[in-house]
Design a protein around this ligand. Structure first.
Ligand SMILES: [Zn+2]
Length: 98
């Protein structure tokens, strides 16, 4: 399982190539995570020691392709640095437009 940050700096889990976003806290410190595609019914439940205790992963849609995910990871980490370094922000602008 992989973890990355979304555009809005929210944590996203990657499981089997699919993205999951935090949905809500359940009882006993259990977190419920749902597929990033809102129409998809898939979910994961993770307890306070970060163990998946329950999941439903029957996605009826294609997973985001690996290259897109990697590019998102890269651009998100660049964006965080950009807060400190305006020069990198220029680079990112180029990155997006070309
Ligand atoms: Zn899904």
């Amino acid at each position: 399982m992989d973890v990355m940050k979304s555009e809005r700096n929210k944590t996203i889990f990657i499981s089997n190539g699919y993205k999951f976003r935090f949905h809500k806290m359940l009882k006993n410190e259990v977190q419920r995570w749902t597929c990033s595609l809102s129409t998809c019914k898939c979910y994961m439940k993770i307890n306070d020691s970060n163990t998946v205790i329950d999941s439903f992963e029957d996605h009826k849609h294609n997973k985001p392709d690996e290259k897109t995910l990697n590019r998102q990871k890269l651009s998100n980490s660049l964006k965080r640095k950009a807060v400190e370094d305006i020069n990198i922000l220029t680079l990112i602008t180029h990155y997006y437009y070309y």
